[in-house]
Design a protein around this ligand. Sequence first.
Ligand code: NAI
Length: 258
Amino acid sequence: MARTIAVSGTASGIGRTLAGLLRDQGDTVVGVDLRDADVCADLGGAEGRARAVAEVLEACGGTLDGAVACAGVSDFTDLPVKVNYFGAVALMEGLRPALARAEAPRAAVVGSIAGTHPVDDAVVRACLAGDEPAALEAAAKVVAAGGGYQTYPSSKAALARWLRRECVTPEWAGAGIPLNAIAPGVVKTPMTVPLFEDEAMLQVMNEAVPMPLNGYADPEVIAEALRWLLSPANTHMTGQVVYVDGGAEATLRGPDVF
Ligand code: NAI
């Protein structure tokens, strides 16, 4: 059965690979990205988010079989909070009514192993309260204090908590929409190229994200996992943050977390 699926971040890396896999199996993909996409919009701000939702709804005719929030940024500014949390949540919430109209709708976001790393609680709290100005103010404080490395983990931890909270509500589970996350370890995409070019950064990353099973992943690995989350076969899994990370999460959190 051919389906229509919205995917953000289709200009590069994991989103681009996922869009290719879906198109190869006959699905129609409505790609959203800053450039080189069906819908070009900046998910870092309110105007771009609203336009992205409106243009996806127009492209799909108001009914959507799947939606994936994959677009993301990794840096030490407040940008991850804007794009990875508020951009992803706005896209998913904006597209939810169109998903609810489909026969077997599926939703997924892309988290990160970084969501298990130390976070700034004020940023996470403000994200979950839906208060973007407060989240950005908290992020600015962290950055000014030299803790900019925490904005990315904070954005991904907040996103995981958002999905855990929302997945069982009438709006999602009650409307028959599974909502899950794939949380990768280190994936070989344009996002991680700078890390591989810096020996010191690479060492920090290897310690922060130990991957005893098969090492760094190719984007196809993550895209395949997302493809299953989107498939009609996934009737009963929801609220799960699935670590596709070469064993990083199990190494870091150990046997008592499951
Ligand atoms: P990438 O840099 O190759 O692709 C990210 C895409 O998101 C790009 O096409 C970019 O233009 C788009 N994007 C960025 N800001 C945007 C904005 N404001 N509005 C619209 N689109 C925007 O990165 P990659 O690796 O494919 O990342 C995809 C997702 O996977 C991200 O959410 C990232 O945080 C996550 N992830 C990646 C990991 C890695 O090792 N590569 C590890 C864990 C998570």
